[in-house]
Design a protein around this ligand. Structure first.
Ligand SMILES: Cc1ncc(COP(=O)(O)O)c(C=O)c1O
Length: 482
């Protein structure tokens, strides 16, 4: 057998959240976490696992749970054991493509507080109103509407969306230029494929930014060209120098820094697009949620021939619906529709009809108002808890969306040690660094999603975070005294 030495203890931190799951669920959570780590390639084939006694000690769980997990995963073929040779990761397991799991923001099971960014509160999904819309659609939908749909989307939905996007976001939205698609993800993929087919090898993406675009373009064809941001938006000089003619942006609420593009930068971006006969892709993923004033209108409204606008119901209703929209300049419509046709022949007709009815009857506006109230309260709870428990922390970005940046002063660090400590305490946070950004000096910028947590859970999570930071500080003071 060839096996690599034990991975650094950080690798076992993958199991820490599972180890703090409630006692009844702990054994199963440990098995799932270990299985996931092997499948995703975070534990490479050949990696030797610690003895059950050592791992149980490190994680603070009973040795029986670890032995059971090793036995179960050995039986399933994920792990191998040899007499006297210990336990190691089997060679036959094929790791999933790296990064794929990171695309969808979803809270992890078994963690005491998970500040994952980008997840709405799924318990706010309007089940009764949605069920009523479904019943209404089933009662009234003509038989022929159950045939293959128009690949652009049901005309009824495109008309409803055109009205909604014009009214709420200032989008110039002719139903003929709207393509209903499976979320922003498919919209950006379609654009990537079409622009690549037109000879564009590279497409600009914001850095820091959402990791998903790089993954999407890796399958769609073009290279993702990372372009730096400052506190007004994309920096123009690197964009001009990059040679790209299309760039994906989040101008209403940049992900993840939380800034809104300044008026000047919005104008410069459009000037650039006109100069190079290029395209700004506007990802308006959470543009409906603004808590201190009315949301700034979409960039697309200023120049519909140079901006492709996309959004979805993933933040307002539920990401599992996989419903979104793309509004494209005239010259791109036909090619995008052709790609959409060959990709999946259009989105499911019933779901589209339900969303159309939901929008037409004002239910969508009601849902947005309900989420807006809840998320504003949660953002306020987050800011108050940070002020109370982690004094000196700066909350930055506009009061909008589903996440905020909290920059902890350097005294709560160093960053690595704090992140390790938080993982060990079952508090899941992502540093800004995870998205390609960082702060000046030793300050610690964290991207904190709050929309999926109640105010009480937010306060409790920040209290846990603060306690971990204090314990770290305490340990440091002790070790320097010794
Ligand atoms: C920046 C950004 N854009 C778009 C989305 C949503 O993608 P989709 O509409 O495909 O669910 C997300 C989801 O987290 C996101 O963070």
């Amino acid at each position: 057998m060839t096996s690599s030495p034990n991975p650094p203890s950080a690798a076992w931190e993958l199991l820490v959240p599972a180890a703090s799951a409630p006692a009844r669920a702990r054994g199963r959570a440990l098995q799932e976490a270990l299985r996931d780590a092997v499948r995703a390639g975070r534990l490479a084939p050949g990696t030797r696992l610690p003895s059950s006694r050592d791992l149980a000690g490190d994680l603070g769980v009973s040795r029986g749970l670890i032995t059971e997990a090793y036995e179960q995963l050995t039986a399933e073929g994920y792990l191998r054991t040899g007499r006297g040779a210990g336990t190691w990761v089997g060679a036959a397991v094929r790791a999933a493509a790296p990064g794929v799991r990171d695309l969808a923001p979803r809270p992890s099971a078994g963690v005491r507080a998970d500040f994952v960014a980008g997840s709405p509160d799924l318990s706010l999904f309007p089940r009764a109103a949605w069920a009523a819309a479904q019943r209404g659609v089933l009662a009234e939908l003509p038989h022929q509407d159950l045939g293959y749909p128009d690949p652009r989307g049901l005309p009824r939905l495109r008309t409803a969306l055109a009205e909604l996007l014009a009214r709420r976001r200032g989008v110039v939205a002719d139903p003929e230029r709207i393509i209903v698609c499976s979320g922003v993800t498919q919209a950006v993929t379609l654009l990537g494929i079409v622009l690549h087919a037109r000879g564009q090898d590279g497409i600009g993406v914001e850095s820091p930014g959402s990791p998903q675009y790089e993954e999407l373009f890796a399958t769609a064809g073009p290279r993702a060209v990372r372009l730096p941001m400052d506190d007004e938006g994309l920096v123009m000089e690197p964009l001009r120098g990059s040679g790209v003619r299309a760039v994906v942006t989040t101008p209403s609420h940049h992900f993840p820094s939380g800034i809104a593009y300044s008026a000047a930068r919005r104008a410069h971006l459009l000037d650039w697009a006109r100069e190079v006969d290029g395209l700004v892709v506007e990802d308006d993923y959470d543009g409906d949620f603004r808590y201190d004033r009315a949301p700034v209108g979409a960039l697309q409204g200023l120049d519909p021939e140079h901006v492709a606008y996309t959004g979805s119901v993933s933040k307002s209703l539920a990401p599992g619906l996989r419903l979104g929209w793309l509004v494209v300049p005239d010259g791109l419509t036909e090619e995008i529709v052709a790609r959409k046709r060959y990709m999946d022949l259009g989105n499911p007709a019933l779901d589209q009809a339900v969303l159309a009815r939901f929008v037409e009857r004002g239910d969508y506006d009601r849902q947005l108002r309900r989420c807006q109230r809840a998320y504003k309260e949660r953002r306020d709870a987050l800011a108050a808890a940070l002020e109370a428990h982690l004094p000196g922390t700066e909350v930055s970005g506009i009061a909008a969306g589903l996440h905020a940046i909290a920059t902890l002063p350097a005294r709560y660090g160093p960053q690595e040690a704090l992140l390790r400590k938080l993982a060990a305490c079952g508090v899941a946070v992502r540093p800004l660094r995870h998205y390609g950004g960082d702060a000046a000096g030793d300050a610690i910028p964290l991207v904190l999603g709050y929309a999926h947590l109640t105010p009480a859970r937010i306060t409790e999570g920040i209290r846990l975070l603060a306690r971990a930071a204090q314990e770290l500080d305490h340990a440091r003071v002790h070790s320097t005294r010794r």
